[in-house]
Design a protein around this ligand. Structure first.
Ligand SMILES: CC(C)(COP(=O)(O)OP(=O)(O)OC[C@H]1O[C@@H](n2cnc3c(N)ncnc32)[C@H](O)[C@@H]1OP(=O)(O)O)[C@@H](O)C(=O)NCCC(=O)NCCS
Length: 188
């Protein structure tokens, strides 16, 4: 029987569930519980962040998105390039993290979660979104962004090396993965 899935606002899942999911999918201690709480402490960012649940209510993935200027607290200003965006900073939101359990990847849910988030930002008057796509992502996260009209602005080597966490690819710190800064339109 086909599984039923639903997209719900991130508030529907507990902080403990979210912490367990980020530990599992991004790497242990990438986010502390306190950081997750801070990320979602902003009203518009919380409204634009979503979780994917299966028919039993099990947590299957999440899309955390941040509004301007809230994201500036979490992203080092040296690691993005508004001078290349051709858009007023205040009209650009940020796709912070998107991760799905392996069993639901490649079925369009990452795209759907992202479009749901974009719908919220559109209503709030945003014109564009930027993201740091994980270049070494086993599921090539670049492609879902490209399909949404995103373009690579700049490559940032060792993007996550200053975070003391166990990257699922690099295992022991420091992480030497590369981020692709990508910018896309809010359509639809
Ligand atoms: C990356 C991730 C969030 C994407 O979500 P998803 O639901 O698996 O992706 P979707 O099914 O919505 O879309 C993937 C698209 O990329 C396309 N794609 C994937 N690999 C491709 C390739 N090698 N060449 C061309 N297109 C490719 C797919 O065909 C699909 O496009 P389509 O819908 O037009 O067929 C998810 O796979 C995931 O959690 N991966 C591991 C964690 C990760 O990398 N997170 C992102 C960190 S930046």
């Amino acid at each position: 029987m086909q599984q039923e899935f639903k997209i719900v606002n991130i508030e529907s899942v507990s902080l403990e569930q979210l912490k367990a999911a980020t530990d599992l999918l991004i790497g242990r201690d990438y986010y502390t519980a306190n950081e997750l709480k801070k990320l979602l402490s902003d009203k518009d960012s919380k409204a634009a962040s979503f979780a994917l649940l299966n028919g039993n209510g099990d947590f299957m993935g999440f899309r955390i998105s941040l509004a301007y200027p809230h994201y500036q607290e979490f992203v080092d200003a040296k690691k993005y390039s508004p001078d290349l965006w051709e858009c007023d900073l205040k009209n650009v939101a940020y796709f912070k993290s998107l991760f799905l359990l392996e069993e639901v990847r490649g079925q369009g849910w990452g795209t759907k979660l992202s479009k749901t988030s974009m719908g919220v930002f559109k209503k709030l008057g945003y014109k564009k979104i930027f993201a740091h796509s994980w270049k070494e992502s086993p599921s090539k996260s670049f492609y879902y962004l490209k399909n949404l009209g995103f373009q690579v602005i700049k490559e940032h080597p060792n993007f996550w090396s200053d975070i003391d966490y166990e990257c699922t690819r690099c295992k022991t710190p420091p992480c030497d993965c590369t981020a692709l800064e990508m910018l896309g339109p809010i359509n639809g």
